[in-house]
Design a protein around this ligand. Structure first.
Ligand SMILES: O=C(O)CCC(=O)C(=O)O
Ligand SMILES: [Fe+2]
Length: 350
């Protein structure tokens, strides 16, 4: 296996997405399918990224502030659907959806959104959360808090996980480290994937140093194997708007940032519709109904058929539709301008 000797070789540069209907290039698709990740630029309009970044910055403590020193775990309450329209637009972006569709080789309508949340990470001098600190993470795979089961065999992936960077690594540091998979016999990708803190009886530990000391005590025979994962990691040289497409079974981790800075990222997962065991991470969409602004209802009314489908809305031809449900859904959504024609055309007469 290739271990990295030359420090320069550790950086991965983004490659541009196409501007036409084939959004991802064959090389990017192959990289995701084989190595387990692809770093892609030219996905979004720069103004969308800028609008989201500016709006999100206002919701979090300022970089370098005392409050920022205590933001040491992941997550935030900024998730889909959001009062920040740009967050919703990014999540349901048609080019992003067609990219996921190409990676999973399935139509967009057969995808379901299961995560979209915006995370701040701060460059800090103190590891304020000790074992749970996110500054210098242990190498890990993400499946345990996404699926109730275990990822399927490598060649039949169930989901695409993404980090959309809203900052530049040059100014904040904190590249994501990823371990490229090198074929079916790669020892890094031994099966089943259970040799990581947090899985089975092992405690969840986020901080690298604490995690590896603990893991060595619990599984001494695998200490060298874990070390080999760090030796092989590559670092994303991201710019705002770049997307890291990866998987729930790709080894990766977050690395330390430049102290006093803020890095914003949007984490998104799309799964195959049939994989119900890949759970939605946050409260879901329906809790956002009933708001005075009716932003969820407006979003549904204005969305394309494919965008509605990825949120689980019944599609044209679904057994849900009858004369009665067509009229009822129209009654609910017509105040927001929903066009029911596509559902009427394919409705089964019941
Ligand atoms: O921050 C990053 O770049 C990766 C974060 C991550 O892997 C995680 O929290 O699971
Ligand atoms: Fe992760």
């Amino acid at each position: 296996m290739t271990s990295v000797t030359n420090e320069m070789d550790r950086w991965v540069d983004a490659t541009p997405a196409g501007s036409g209907s084939d959004v991802l290039t064959p090389g990017q698709i192959a990289a995701w399918q084989q190595q387990g990740f692809a770093l892609v630029s030219n996905m979004f309009r720069p103004s969308l990224i800028d609008t989201l970044r500016q709006a999100a910055i206002k919701r979090f403590p300022a970089a370098g502030s005392a409050a920022a020193q205590h933001v040491s775990d992941f997550g935030s309450d900024l998730c889909f659907p959001s009062s920040l329209a740009a967050l919703n637009d990014l999540t349901l972006d048609e080019r992003l959806l067609s990219s996921v569709s190409a990676l999973l080789q399935t139509p967009v309508e057969a995808l379901r959104l299961s995560q979209s949340d915006l995370w701040p990470k701060y460059g800090r001098t103190e590891k304020s959360a000790a074992a749970l600190d996110n500054m210098d993470q242990r190498i890990h795979i993400d499946y345990p808090n996404h699926t109730l089961a275990h990822p399927t065999e490598w060649f039949r992936p169930e989901a695409v996980e993404m980090i959309v960077y809203l900052s530049d690594v040059e100014s904040c540091g904190g590249p994501t480290a990823v371990v490229p998979r090198e074929g079916d016999a790669d020892p890094a990708y031994r099966w089943p994937i259970v040799d990581s803190p947090g899985i089975g009886e092992l405690d969840y530990v986020n901080d690298r140093a604490t995690a590896e000391t603990y893991f060595s005590e619990q599984r001494p025979a695998l200490t060298k194997w874990r070390e080999s994962l760090y030796k092989r990691e590559r670092y994303t040289r991201f710019k705002a708007g770049d997307v890291l497409f990866y998987r729930h079974d790709t080894w990766h981790r977050g690395t330390p940032m430049i102290p006093g800075t803020l890095r914003l990222v949007q984490n998104i997962t799309y799964r195959r519709a049939e994989c119900e065991w890949v759970s939605t991470l946050h409260p879901g969409w329906a809790w956002s109904a009933y708001r005075k602004s009716k932003f969820l209802e407006r979003l549904i009314a204005k969305a394309s058929l494919a965008q509605r489908a990825v949120l689980g809305f019944p599609q044209p031809g679904s057994s849900y539709w009858s004369e009665a449900t067509l009229a009822a859904v129209e009654a609910r959504y017509s105040p927001f301008g929903m066009d029911m024609t596509p559902y009427q055309l394919l409705a089964t007469v019941r």
